[in-house]
Write a protein that binds this ligand. Structure first.
Ligand code: GAL
Length: 845
């Protein structure tokens, strides 16, 4: 290399490094797109909420997002997470917003900061701190002075913090966009005209903070200029902003859906996500955000609800544990490559849209030098053949083909080139020494949580109190306790059945009679109310009725959601089968206790002196705290705690809450479809798995919370469970699978506008082991011809090449990755005139 060449290389490298950490200064927009330093940008964004992973995970999640083709990371800012008490801020650890934004910048990506500060997000109380509710005269999310003052104070606080760190693009930082409010337009009706003025005020307030970058409001058709109104939904191709001067932007493309306790597991097929994205860019969109790109975990008591599960996996392209979800991640990565290659043409002009027949549509972006076409078949049933620019194209049902030169199909949303990775959880022995006496479970100790009132701060009040106003959400738990005298001659005693009847707003309750659990009730996502009617046995004289009412995440969505109450608001009655006598206890003087004794004693930390390990470990005993110690599972794969065997409660590892657990809440038996048809409009109920199974058995334990040995696990169990059944598991990849037909487009990487005719290229089946130190160790299945079935259960069809297995074995075994041409040149032709495909299942070690 000559010196001048060397200098050029050094300069190029230096610019590259700078480009990844320093950002341009000017973000504006016009009708087509966001402009960064005057250049129209077509941007791909993805949501990663910083509290739903750990700072140790952030760089890897962000890198995987970048590798997946994202330009922007979007996050909400979670007010109640940062200001647990009014005026007391916390930005440490998982709350270190600045560190998160800087981590994104370090990877060279932009940030969209959705400050809200109402965020919804399946987050406790939609992100509002509970103390806000107690400010005199406050009305949330409307033209109300106390609310507006608080909202402005927090929004300004965040903006100032970002400014101080020079994080706005206008200051050379990564933040190119901010959001104020969240989907207010969806719920505004009942707020009437004060709601309308609140929108105007929010807009003005945001603008007054002078961030130097544009603001958006999502789902807000009346967002005042210059605020951009954006779309949220499973599809946004039909959306138009409220002014011709604003670009078409999509702030939430739901990549799956959230899980609730008691619900089955939602998923969204990659073909449909890709279809929705391609349709959006086809119809003039230039900014699209995946909600979620990494969903993560609702640690602690952060879930909203009620009944949002601890896992917030969301079927996102990066799974809860931080591993790429294949083929979703890869299929979208391919799409992003094609979109980015077309960026200039897409930004330059509006598309020209023409019909190619019923449900068939072409959109063309043409400039002097480029022509990009999108061909869509929005029909749900039949594939179609269309003629476009004199050429014939096959368009599978519910798919978009992208032609970056208006000629060659480089990508089709229904044809996945990425291999699937089938994950599995491998159970781990936690103690190297296999001596049974040392295994997890033999070193358990426990403490009983007292039934009923045990704390000094208990108080007595006539009547039944609403829970959230009483606890201020300091704990999930509120005891309602009553002592009654039953005389010998009362009907509730004389041998006929007596029922206790309790009506609660939710979310769950356990009823104890004379210290014994008599029955439990729970609501579900969508209806949190509990109505309990259980037989009880009373004694002559004094009886205690102790009702433990509990919340499972506070409401986060809807008009006036902040006023939705919880707890036992009654009536509470005793009913005798004999003669229908009832005794209404609702207006008696009840004694209340907020929270548990164990919470007061800081038992989650594990170091109390009261832990009991002398006598036999109690099993299936309500209200029990358990503690054990364990060694971290070996290796570096993500760790899950399998809480099968436990009932309901919360778990802590080394003092950090890994969230509420509830493996006994079983999903309904119906409504699932393991192989959901991606064709046709998706909605949150369309594709579900795990019917009839526990909604969530596995709970993420971040690696960074573990030491190699001597870790403490504490559980608080409400209903009764058997901790001996617990196990740890690590998340591994069991198989790689791919199924590519002769009609698949060749890999996107093989495309270059110079290549004369792409039609001469052949499709390729590619496999790659997920970890750097792995190689493909075996081929479990390979067939070229007409194989069918899905990963894990592929079968040979009528037609199959005799060479398939040996060709694939020879090419792949021992390598980290391999590529095989899907063509008769490789495999011979086992059945002339039939479109053939290659299906492979492999494993890595
Ligand atoms: C939207 C909301 C998000 C999230 C999503 C569902 O309405 O803006 O915050 O709640 O629904 O996951």
């Amino acid at each position: 290399m000559r010196t001048t060449e060397l200098v050029i290389v050094v300069v190029v490298l230096a610019v590259g490094v700078l480009a990844s950490t320093s950002f341009s200064a000017n973000v504006t927009y016009d009708h087509r797109a966001l402009l960064i330093d005057g250049k129209r940008r077509v941007l791909v964004s993805g949501s990663i909420h910083y509290p739903r992973s750990t700072p140790e995970m952030w760089p890897d999640l962000i890198q995987k997002s970048k590798d997946g083709g994202l330009d922007v990371i979007e996050t909400y800012v979670f007010w109640n997470f940062h200001e647990p008490s009014r005026g007391q801020y916390d930005f440490e650890g998982r709350k270190d917003l600045v560190r998160f934004v800087k981590a994104v910048a370090e990877a060279g990506l932009y940030v969209h900061l959705r400050i809200g500060p109402y965020v919804c997000a399946e987050w406790n109380y939609g992100g509002f701190p509970l103390w806000l509710h107690f400010i005199p005269g406050i009305q949330f999310r409307t033209d109300n002075e106390p609310f507006k003052a608080e909202m402005k104070r927090f929004t300004a606080k965040i903006v100032d913090m970002m400014k101080q760190e020079k994080l706005y693009a206008s200051q050379g930082g990564p933040i190119i966009l901010s959001q104020i409010e969240n989907e207010y337009g969806n719920v505004a009706g009942p707020y009437g005209s004060p709601g309308k003025s609140y929108v105007k005020w929010s807009a003005g307030m945001a603008l007054s903070l002078d961030t130097g970058v544009p603001w958006v409001m999502c789902q807000q058709g009346d967002a005042p200029d210059p605020i951009i109104n954006t779309c949220n939904g499973f599809y946004c191709d039909q959306f138009t902003p409220n002014s011709n001067n604003k670009p078409k932007m999509w702030t939430e493309n739901w990549t799956g859906w959230f899980l609730s306790f008691g619900g089955s597991l939602p998923y969204r097929p990659p073909e449909d996500v890709a279809f929705a994205v391609a349709r959006f860019y086809q119809r003039g969109g230039t900014f699209q955000n995946y909600y979620m790109y990494h969903g993560g975990t609702n640690f602690g008591r952060t879930t909203g609800g009620p009944f949002i599960a601890t896992s917030y996996d969301y079927d996102a392209p990066i799974d809860e544990y931080g591993l790429i979800r294949q083929p979703k991640w890869g299929h979208l990565k391919d799409l992003h490559k094609v979109i980015k290659q077309a960026e200039e043409a897409l930004g330059a002009t509006d598309p020209t849209i023409t019909s190619l027949g019923s449900n068939l549509e072409a959109a063309v972006y043409k400039t002097e030098t480029r022509c990009v076409a999108f061909l869509a078949n929005v029909g749900t049933k039949s594939d179609a053949t269309v003629t476009f620019n004199g050429n014939s194209y096959n368009l599978p049902a519910w798919s978009v083909s992208i032609l970056p030169d208006c000629k060659n199909v480089v990508y089709n949303t229904a044809k996945i080139n990425s291999a699937a990775m089938i994950p599995s959880f491998v159970r781990q022995s936690l103690i190297d020494d296999v001596d049974a006496s040392k295994s997890l479970g033999s070193v358990w100790s426990w403490i009983n949580e007292p039934v009923g009132i045990s704390k000094d701060n208990a108080f007595t009040k006539p009547g039944l109190l609403e829970q959230i106003n009483t606890t201020a959400d300091k704990s999930d738990y509120l005891w309602y306790s009553l002592s009654i005298d039953v005389k010998g001659d009362e009907p509730f005693l004389d041998g006929s059945q007596t029922d206790l009847h309790v009506e609660s707003l939710g979310h769950g309750l356990h009823a104890f009679i004379n210290g014994k659990l008599a029955g439990s009730g729970k609501g579900r996502n969508g209806n949190s109310k509990v109505s309990l009617e259980i037989p009880v046995t009373l004694v002559s004289g004094k009886n205690t009725i102790d009702l433990l009412s509990l919340t499972v995440g506070l409401q986060n969505y809807g008009s006036f959601f902040d006023k939705v109450g919880a707890g036992i608001t009654g009536p509470v009655k005793l009913k005798s089968a004999k003669g229908g006598a009832t005794l209404d206890l609702s207006s008696q003087r009840w004694t209340y206790q907020i929270g548990l004794k164990g919470e007061e004693l800081d038992l989650p930390i594990g170091d109390s002196s009261q832990w009991n390990s002398q006598s036999t470990l109690p099993k299936n005993k309500p209200l029990t705290w358990y503690k054990t110690s364990f060694d971290a599972p070996g290796g570096s794969s993500p760790v899950a705690l399998d809480l099968t065997g436990m009932g309901k409660g919360e778990a802590w590892v080394n003092g950090q809450s890994i969230g509420r657990y509830w493996p006994t809440y079983i999903a309904p038996n119906s409504g699932c479809n393991d192989n959901c048809n991606y064709r046709g409009a998706f909605d949150a109920d369309k594709c579900h798995k795990n019917c009839g199974k526990p909604s969530q058995e596995l709970y993420h334990v971040p690696r960074s919370w573990l030491r190699p040995s001597g870790n403490t696990l504490v559980l608080f169990e409400e209903i009764g469970g058997d901790p001996m059944q617990l196990s740890f598991a690590t998340r591994e990849i069991e198989s790689l699978c791919s199924h590519i037909s002769e009609s698949h487009p060749p890999p996107v990487d093989m495309w270059s506008s110079e290549s004369k005719s792409r039609r001469q290229l052949t499709p390729v089946l590619s496999l790659e082991c997920p970890s750097p130190n792995q190689v493909i160790s075996s081929i479990k299945f390979a067939s070229f011809g007409t194989p069918h079935g899905s990963c894990g259960s592929f079968n040979h069809g009528k037609c199959s090449s005799a060479r398939a297995l040996s060709v694939v074995q020879k090419t792949c075994i021992g390598s980290k990755s391999c590529n095989i041409g899907v063509s008769i040149n490789t495999f011979g032709d086992p059945c002339k005139g039939v479109t053939k495909s290659l299906a492979v299942e492999a494993s890595c070690t």
